[in-house]
Design a protein around this ligand. Sequence first.
Ligand code: SF4
Ligand code: MSK
Length: 656
Amino acid sequence: MAEDEKKNKSIDKATQELYEKACADEISTSYSRADSLKPCPIGSVGSCCKNCGMGPCRIPLPKGKEETPEEKKKRRGICGATAETIAARNFIRMIAGGAAAHSDHGRGVAELFVAVAKGEAPGYKIRDEQKLLALALEWGIDIGDRSNEEIALEIGEMSLAEFGKQEGEILFAKRAPLKRQEIWREQGVMPRGIDREIVEIMHRTHIGVDQEYQNLLTQGVRASIADGWGGSMIATELQDILFGTPSPVLSEVNLGILKEDEVNIIIHGHEPLLSEMIVAASRDPEMIDLAKSKGAKGINLGGICCTANEILMRHGVPLAGTFLQQELALVTGAVDAMVVDVQCIMESLPDIAQCYHTQVITTSPKAKIKGAMHIEFNEHDAVNGAKAVVKAAIEAFPNRGKNVRIPQDTHNLIAGFSHETINYLLGGLFRASYRPLNENIINGRIRGVAGVVGCNNARWEHNQAHIAMVKELIKNDVLVIQTGCSAMASAMAGLMVPEAASKYAGKGLAEVCETVGIPPVLHMGSCVDNSRILIAATAMVKDGGLGDDISDLPAAGAAPEWMSEKAISIGQYFVASGVYTVFGVTWPTQGSKEVTEYLFKDMEEKYGGMWDFEPDPIQAAHKMIAHIDEKRKALGIDKARERVLYDMEMRRELEG
Ligand code: SF4
Ligand code: MSK
């Protein structure tokens, strides 16, 4: 295989090595399928509607010439839907899909929370009492001499009620800066209940309902806020209370974390409910003895996608890889079991597993895969469920063949930067605050903050855009905060260790990182943990000196290799929260100029944040920096960096 061919699949050596092995082993992967499946040019720009049985209606833009108004009038679906309506409907259906995924995750956590409070979920307990009490105070729940379980029960029930609420406002919206809340009320996008906003998208996009693209997009905004400030925030907050709020932890990343002589279990998906128990089961002496009886030296866990980020943040479990490395993990031939829950799991896994010895195990009643073993997660008996998973992996270990290749690549990383941790690291235990960060932004050592998040996309060289963008940002003194697969990509490039500051960051950012002892790129967790970024941004506003709303901050967001509907929902709630947000790879509304203009320009007038699309990661980074500089100027802090040395003549002029 030519070097170039491997390289254009991924910038990561371990991935290149295993892609080559996959080809040699004649395994079909997302990389090879992306080569043979070209994207539909009509669907990819949002110009195909299949919302009823008269369609699909495909209404492409005319090629190579400007469309006349007459032609445009005729460019409609059978029901008369215009290109604008179709593009907007498709776009907000993506938001509905993404918001539903995050929020259903949040609901699952809330259900477990209630079960734990009732003593019906053995093996689980409340780990962060301080956070439990803080949330009780915030929600006006009586603490008095009530037990943690009684308080937790009320919090759990209130959380569950957020999903089915029919009127009023979601509770966490009150965490946003006051000005932001007013904007949401003025624009009519304050979410009522989480499920309601998602269902309303499905209703409005049914044939013959909402036929004004602005009105459709407004509902998209409302549902996205219900995700970021609702379902996702519930997931993050309740998980922290149940499993512990993350604090800095040293770990490793990339497929080299697999061990030749141990039972390797990969945990993949998004929800930490079962994986928390698998971590415990893998450390259980009974399980370790069983592994040894089969000839293994121990049990080794690694994670893929956001379940990985969850157990990394709280237990330091190593990251095996990102979304696009899931199939390649099996191609190593060294994975004894891959246990999956929900989201971002490829249906090809059981087929690939058949070529090796891996046991693919599904665990969610919502996500079964043909050909996989199913061990259903049951919160009332999670300990035994987790043990069954670990046992299945141990049983598979002796079947490992000779066709094994574990790449040597690993990198260290420090993760665990929750909002609380950043607060503490910057301000100390007794005066925890974002003030030092704000001061360093005001004095210009740090130019601004960028949230770089999101997936890998098989249409783009794996990890290339993430790394190019993040390096460019930190070189220009922009502190980067990350979640999801994007965070893993940076960790693989060695950007999440304190030493990266002197190596890659600009002088000002490096100085601050070295003083505080943090990397220039901070891992804040999984996809639902983008809600931590919202809280951090709000804390920056509240600590003062940087305006009175998130839209005033010198900050920007990006998802340079996005692919999932969740990424669109995340991007939309960042925009709705006042953040300039730029996506790479592809843009799904290009089939309608009006809809695209509305998202890229008009949204800024309404929400102070707007979308942008720029596939070149360096140019995208510079667009983000330009936006940050604009915000610095508006705040009057742009001059801090310009130290003009006055000569005698200039001084005389001044004095004169
Ligand atoms: Fe075509 Fe309208 Fe049906 Fe969509 S809803 S498939 S545009 S007829
Ligand atoms: S896992 S949503 S590929 S970030 Fe959260 Fe990665 Fe995107 Fe899935």
